[in-house]
Design a protein. Structure first.
Length: 201
């Protein structure tokens, strides 16, 4: 069987797809480095109460300023990442290779590593290598396994439901979902959980 050669339009589309993927990876890496830097700045604002100079009573109020635009959760996650992997952190980067690795790992996986690295800083290099090689879900499974937690399919279902509730609550806090709609969505999830629990022996 003779394979048809792709036409110029198909080749151009494939080239563009590869270019876009490379750009997404590069921007994602920049975001990770910016996340560490932003976390360090936020930690300074919080620790030195610099938010008061902007007329804010609390750090959380400062985060909600239009020009800052961070939820409380986002801000504290970035601070945790910075205090773990940033300059002066539990395992601070030593040279360009360390910064490059942090960039390749990304904010989401760095945050997942925070408790593990804080508990076992001597294993940081091993965990950073795993984070670089694994997907976010693969890393979560590896972390769970290291803690002796084996998640069953049933357990995963409950985790997904509780994460949905957390996400809905966060959207209400961030103002992207009306409180009444959030309450309805949370009640619906709670009813699903209750119904599933009743099915169990």
């Amino acid at each position: 069987m003779v394979m048809a050669r792709p036409d110029d339009a198909t080749l151009a589309l494939a080239d563009r797809a590869h270019e876009v993927l490379a750009q997404i990876v590069a921007v994602g890496q920049q975001m990770a480095l910016c996340g560490v830097a932003l976390g360090q700045l936020l930690a300074e604002v919080k620790g030195d109460e610099l938010y008061r100079a902007h007329g804010c009573e609390t750090f959380e109020e400062f985060c909600g300023l239009p020009e800052v635009g961070l939820s409380r959760t986002q801000a504290y996650r970035l601070i945790q990442i910075a205090q773990t992997f940033g300059d002066g952190g539990v395992v601070p980067p030593v040279g360009p290779d360390d910064w490059q690795q942090l960039a390749a790992i990304g904010v989401r996986k760095l945050h997942a590593l925070v408790p593990v690295v804080r508990d076992h800083p001597e294993q940081a290099a091993e965990w950073l290598d795993k984070a670089e090689a694994l997907s976010a879900s693969g890393l979560q499974q590896e972390i769970a396994a290291s803690r002796g937690v084996e998640r069953s399919e049933e357990g995963e279902w409950y985790v997904r439901r509780f994460r949905a509730i957390q996400a809905t609550a966060q959207r209400a806090i961030d103002g992207t979902l009306l409180p009444g709609n959030a309450a309805d969505a949370i009640c619906a999830e709670a009813m699903r959980i209750q119904a599933r629990a009743k099915e169990q022996p």
